[in-house]
Design a binder for this molecule. Structure first.
Ligand SMILES: [Zn+2]
Length: 257
């Protein structure tokens, strides 16, 4: 059994065949899916999908690329939703300096505020870090305490970034399609990562692994990622499945058998 710990199956790319996509995943042993929100415009869809498909677990948070002037109302929405519904984590949140640096200050503020929501609601963080490890670490180093835990999703950092994350004690790294890319660099780092820190994820509909790179990504493709991770670590796919499923259930406290 595998768990896709980062899927945007609620996005419109899946509007015409969502049930089939989830069924293909199920048949391949991918039984559960963790769904990070983007912003208030995607919340209703996220909740609808999680109601219709009980194998999907929702997260609540404001994505860094949705942080603009006036983001405070978006943060209010996040807090309001957390207070009134069951969620399995705060996500996805973080800092993205790849697409746009204009709102760095606002992104830092939104990130810090949502870290404190994680403390308040005792939920794990799902962190999106793109060209921003230093900015993220600066805030986390100030806010870290024994109650903060989470995952750096779609991890693309270097060995020092991983060591920094491991130093936080209760943090994981999400390994996705990039591990299968020749120039991705992730497979080199992966050899140094403690298997007890690894979660598997697709980030679908983005970041399709080889051999389906370039197409719409879907949870079925988690099998290619698990196979690659097993190959790099020199263990069986079964061991990868058991360890990463255990890690995901523990981090998100998923109600699974
Ligand atoms: Zn995502």
């Amino acid at each position: 059994m595998l768990i896709d710990t980062h899927s945007h199956i609620f996005s419109e790319e899946f509007d015409t065949d969502r049930a089939q996509v989830l069924n293909r995943a199920f048949e391949a042993g991918i039984r559960y899916h963790v769904l990070p929100n983007i912003d208030s415009s995607t919340t209703e869809k996220l909740m609808d999908v999680c109601r219709e498909f009980p194998q999907c677990f929702p997260l609540m948070g404001l994505h860094p690329t949705s942080v603009k002037i006036g983001f405070e109302s978006e943060i209010d929405h996040v807090e309001q939703m957390l207070a009134t519904n069951k969620f399995y984590g705060i996500g996805e949140i973080g800092i993205d300096l790849y697409w746009d640096k204009t709102y760095l200050h606002q992104q830092q503020e939104a990130f810090r505020y949502q870290l404190n929501l994680a403390k308040k609601f005792h939920l794990p963080l799902v962190i999106h870090a793109r060209n921003s490890f230093n900015e993220i670490f600066e805030i986390l180093d100030q806010e870290i305490d024994s109650t903060l835990f989470g995952v750096f999703h779609s991890f693309t950092g270097n060995i020092d970034d991983y060591k920094h994350i491991a130093g936080y004690q209760h943090f994981y790294v999400g390994i996705g399609g990039i591990v299968t890319y020749k120039n991705g660099g992730v497979s080199t780092i992966l050899q140094h990562i403690n298997p007890e820190h690894i979660l598997l994820e697709t980030d679908s509909p983005f970041l399709s692994p080889v051999p389906v790179r370039g197409r719409r990504n879907e949870s079925y493709n988690l099998t290619y990622i698990a196979i690659k991770v097993a190959e790099v670590l020199g263990v069986s796919v079964l061991e990868v499945a058991q360890q990463t499923t255990k890690n995901a259930v523990k981090l998100f406290k998923l109600p699974v058998e």
